[in-house]
Write a protein that binds this ligand. Structure first.
Ligand SMILES: Cc1cc2nc3c(=O)[nH]c(=O)nc-3n(C[C@H](O)[C@H](O)[C@H](O)COP(=O)(O)O)c2cc1C
Length: 203
């Protein structure tokens, strides 16, 4: 796939088939991740590939807890954000977000890659984020789907439990992203972007 096509056709995929993801493909994807630009080439990151069903399910549950903590206090803001939607759809979406139901796909993903940034090193979260984008594009190039999720970090105690689960309980490790990975069960429509004229200044 041409690089520009890959960039423009990538979408966040939140439903996966039960087909297993080939280990060689995961390795290729991680090789792409570590090629990302990163601060001072310190490579201050860890990639935890989770295939254990019990651990993935627990990460899914933590993500639901994080979502509840994050979105429950924001009901009013969510009403405003989705004001353009038909009422029934809006209510259902807000209910799913505030109860965490929207994020059950995380616990059902065939593979989860948790990317941790070592915050004792400079700009590590930025570097890890660049790696996550490479991972997303590489997976897409191989016909796989990903979704970069952060809801689990909506609550500090929940994030701490995830780090403990992954054997990195030390405070310097920050969760930069929890990436779900699998064969897409269906490809969502691309989400729109604001026009460049809204977001670019030429000076
Ligand atoms: C920093 C970051 C955090 C995100 N967190 C979540 C998340 O917690 N749950 C989720 O379903 N999607 C999450 N996403 C995916 C975005 O919702 C998605 O990228 C955006 O809606 C644009 O859609 P697209 O990726 O299909 O173009 C996150 C993306 C980024 C970059």
């Amino acid at each position: 796939m041409d690089l520009f096509d890959a960039i423009t056709s990538r979408v966040s995929v939140r439903s996966y088939s039960d087909d297993p993801v080939d280990r060689d493909d995961i390795t290729k994807i991680l090789e792409a991740g570590v090629r990302a630009p990163n601060s001072e080439n310190q490579q201050a990151w860890r990639f935890v590939v989770v295939q254990d069903r019990d651990i993935i399910e627990r990460i899914g549950r933590y993500s639901q807890w994080g979502a509840k903590a994050l979105f429950s206090p924001q009901r009013h803001a969510l009403e405003e954000r989705f004001a353009g939607m038909p009422e029934e759809k809006r209510k259902a979406l807000i209910e799913d977000m505030t109860t965490g139901m929207f994020f059950t796909f995380i616990g059902r993903a065939p593979v989860v890659i948790v990317v941790l940034a070592d915050t004792s090193k400079s700009h590590s979260v930025h570097s890890a984020s660049a790696a996550i984008e490479n991972i997303s594009l590489a997976a897409h190039g191989l016909g796989l789907g990903t979704c970069w999720t952060m809801v689990a970090t909506g609550d500090a105690a929940v994030e701490q439990r995830i780090r403990q689960e992954l054997g990195r309980p030390e405070d310097n490790w920050e969760v930069a992203g929890i990436i779900t990975l699998g064969h897409p069960a269906r490809m969502p429509r691309p989400r729109p972007r604001r026009p460049l004229s809204d977001v670019v200044d030429w000076i």
